[in-house]
Design a protein around this ligand. Structure first.
Ligand code: NDP
Ligand SMILES: O=C(O)C1=N[C@H](C(=O)O)C[C@H](O)C1
Length: 253
């Protein structure tokens, strides 16, 4: 084993994503899987196992504490678990300023196609009168809207605001049951939960007489693994917080 080897602890290792990541890390020649943690397992195991990196694929309620533990112990973190709102991100930034050698990637989505779709949507959003997001997932998902949809809407909304675009036209006066969906940065976000689905998203952009739809589909969790491995291979060389796998890619957009 070389000193430079990436020694990985997977958190949420028995979950849908975690199990896939355990296999991907095991198969990677430049990595060693040194710990697999689930709910109730002591985080100290990560340190005892000599991990240089964690992959956090646990749950929104646990991820902040997991990442805090890693950073405080000088361990790089690649994070796919959702729930990272602005408050948590800001606390993490503060923590990282005390640990300037540690790299953390918070990746709402590891699939390259999804990362590109979000970047395209952010780029296109200012050119259309109307913009909405529809995310579609398997019914075992515990959070809504998805982390990917929330981030996509946030980037779209900010781009529209910076360009001076008005909020999407909407004559709705009565919506007692929330049929118009969640609102993130002035963008409506709709969540579908349907047996048979994995992870899908449509960004709808409309102007008089035309519509642009930017759709991405993950049919299998294998789609996320190249992004997880890229995150693990890059995090140590990118100290501080990176929000979005696009931060490790040169998309040129
Ligand atoms: N960024 C990306 O590309 C992707 C992100 N995700 C996100 O990853 C997360 C996991 O998704 P998914 O695998 O489908 O969910 P699962 O429910 O299948 O897996 C979550 C796992 O985390 C375990 N867990 C709970 N608490 C802790 C804890 N404190 N420490 C360690 N493990 C814990 C759970 O154990 P138990 O079963 O005992 O509760 C469970 O095994 C979600 O937030 C999801 O949105 C999912 C797909 C892609
Ligand atoms: O829970 C999931 O499955 C997924 N979660 C992430 C999210 O909330 O965006 C990524 C992907 O959509 C799959």
């Amino acid at each position: 084993m070389s000193d430079a080897e990436i020694r990985v602890a997977v958190l949420g290792a028995r979950g849908r994503m975690g199990a896939e990541a355990v296999q991907a890390v095991t198969d990677a020649e430049d990595m060693q899987l040194v710990a697999e943690l689930g709910r109730g397992d002591a985080r100290e195991t990560i340190v005892e196992a000599g991990a240089t990196h964690i992959v956090d694929l646990s749950v929104p309620d646990a991820t902040e504490d997991n990442v805090r533990f890693a950073v405080e112990h000088g361990i790089h973190a690649v994070v796919g678990a959702t729930g990272w709102d602005d408050e948590k991100l800001s606390r993490l930034q503060d923590l990282l300023s005390e640990h300037p050698d540690v790299g953390v990637l918070i990746a709402p989505n590891f699939a390259l196609g999804s990362v590109l779709a979000t970047a395209f949507a952010a780029k296109a959003a200012q050119y259309f009168e109307s913009a909405e997001v529809v995310e579609l997932h398997h019914p075992n998902k515990v959070d809504a809207p998805s982390g990917t949809a929330a981030r996509t809407a946030q980037l779209m909304g900010r781009a529209r605001r910076d360009a001076g675009v008005a909020p999407s036209p909407d004559a709705t006066q009565k919506d007692p049951d929330g049929a118009r969906g969640a609102v993130v940065e002035d963008i409506h976000v709709h969540a579908v939960r349907l047996r048979g689905l994995v992870a899908h998203q449509e960004v709808l952009l409309g102007s008089p007489g035309e519509q642009l739809t930017i759709r991405h589909d993950s049919f299998d969790r294998a789609s996320f693994m190249p992004g997880v491995l890229l995150g693990l291979r890059t995090a140590a060389s990118r100290p501080g917080l990176t929000h979005g796998l696009d931060g490790y890619l040169d998309l040129g957009l």
